[in-house]
Design a protein around this ligand. Structure first.
Ligand SMILES: Nc1ncnc2c1ncn2[C@@H]1O[C@H](COP(=O)(O)OP(=O)(O)OP(=O)(O)O)[C@@H](O)[C@H]1O
Ligand SMILES: [Mg+2]
Length: 403
């Protein structure tokens, strides 16, 4: 059991303090020691209370959060300040970090996001210098991670082939990519990437009392310059070590450390599957021109619509093994059944794909000029383009807010 993290809440709004207290009350490992309504009050309380972490608002009367952070860092260097603010202006982040804040989260925060930040700050308080904390945060600040889940309600459609080659194509384009194999019982991404894992997602979840980004990276296998793999358990029975909560923490921990996190899933709509979807920014739904595949994916889409609220990621349809002579099912029909446009198409070429799987090298790497590789590069480019569009529509800083 992890030791308790002692927290002080500093915010001038009674409502915010109350909601933070309630949020933190749901976390067993956290104890709220004290509260203050401004920086001055916080400094006074720190003379008697000894928290590990101060959750600090910025705009407050009497003494604001930046000044309070500066004074706390000087007078109580063992106390870590995490700024919680609605300010998404980079200048506020810089000022807070210069004042000595250890992290900066945007309101509203979630319990998971807050817990993760507190764990990271708490765990690293003895081993990290303030200088590399700033570097780490600067890196996080500029990184716009996209978590992309590949799903299909039917097995054997070519989902892992799409996932692995998309990740490889993004890595080839210079993106730092994490591949997380969440096909927990029969994941075969390691095989398709010719990787021989010593440690897997199951070992991570089994060994670790706390999951943070540094730890997760320690369980990943570097496959190429830009591609890292967190392999699925090596044996089906080891899947039980991985809970939906673990998956949320792992995917959250990888945010801001990679440009893309590509997640492969099993064709089972269980809690683990929904945990992945809740943690994703984009969902690639893989279909083929097959009535059973289309019927099951249609059912899956209906199910996603029913659970609605938590699943914000748009679903994009990828048609794989596509052929013009497919038993009368045309792309138009696919779009009609799935009630959405086909985002990307990958042709049918069994010997070619099978060769690449058996060789253990993504075809986008071994046969860059092949028709299928070009189609996957287009898919990867479209994913990037989407990201770019979103950044125009939404403040990039908002992407740093924990989800
Ligand atoms: N574009 C394609 N053209 C022809 N065959 C393909 C194509 N993509 C995949 N396949 C074949 O489909 C089979 C299944 O592929 P893959 O393992 O990627 O599917 P999956 O949906 O991940 O399966 P599972 O549900 O078992 O995880 C493989 O034999 C592969 O060769
Ligand atoms: Mg698969």
């Amino acid at each position: 059991m992890a030791s308790t993290i002692k927290v002080m809440i500093v915010d001038d709004s009674d409502e915010v303090r109350e909601s933070l207290r309630m949020l933190l009350g749901t976390l067993e490992v956290v104890e709220v020691l004290a509260e203050a309504r401004n920086g001055e009050e916080a400094l006074r309380r720190l003379e008697v209370a000894h928290p590990d972490i101060v959750l600090m608002d910025l705009n407050m009367p009497v003494m604001d959060g930046v000044e309070a952070t500066e004074r706390i860092s000087a007078a109580f260097p063992h106390v870590a300040v995490i700024v919680l603010s609605v300010q998404d202006d980079v200048e506020y982040v810089r000022r807070s970090m210069r004042a000595g804040a250890r992290d900066y989260l945007f309101k509203p925060v979630t319990a998971d996001g807050l817990l993760q930040a507190m764990h990271e700050v708490h765990a690293s308080s003895t081993r990290r210098t303030s200088q590399n904390t700033v570097a780490l945060l600067a890196d996080r600040f500029t990184r716009q991670t996209r978590v992309v889940a590949c799903v299909s309600a039917k097995g054997g459609v070519g989902k892992t082939t799409v996932a692995v080659n998309t990740a490889a194509a993004l890595a080839d384009q210079g993106r730092r990519v994490a591949f997380v194999d969440c096909d927990l019982q029969f994941g075969d991404a390691a095989l398709m990437l010719n990787a021989k894992p010593d440690r897997t997602l199951a070992d991570l979840c089994h060994d670790a009392a706390e999951i943070d980004g540094e730890l997760v990276e320690g369980y990943m296998l570097q496959v190429s310059t830009n591609l890292w793999l967190l392999p699925a358990p090596l044996r089906p029975e080891a899947a039980e070590y991985v809970s939906p909560g673990h998956l949320r923490l792992v995917l959250q921990a990888l945010r801001r450390r990679f440009d893309f996190v590509v997640v492969d899933t099993a064709p089972v709509a269980n809690d683990a599957f929904f945990a992945v979807l809740e943690s994703s920014d984009d969902v690639l739904c893989i279909s083929t021109q097959n009535v059973a595949v289309l019927k099951n994916n249609r059912l899956l889409l209906d199910l996603l619509e029913q659970v609605g609220a938590e699943l914000e990621a748009p679903v994009r349809h990828v048609l794989t093994r596509a052929s013009s002579a497919r038993g009368g099912i045309r792309v138009r029909d696919v779009e009609q059944v799935l009630n959405g446009p086909v985002f990307a198409e990958i042709d049918n070429d069994y010997p070619f794909v099978e060769g690449s799987i058996n060789e253990g090298v993504p075809f986008v790497w071994s046969h860059r000029g092949h028709r299928l590789s070009k189609q996957v590069f287009v898919l990867a480019a479209k994913l990037e383009e989407e990201t770019g569009h979103r950044l125009h529509r939404r403040s990039p800083l908002r992407r740093l807010a924990p989800r």
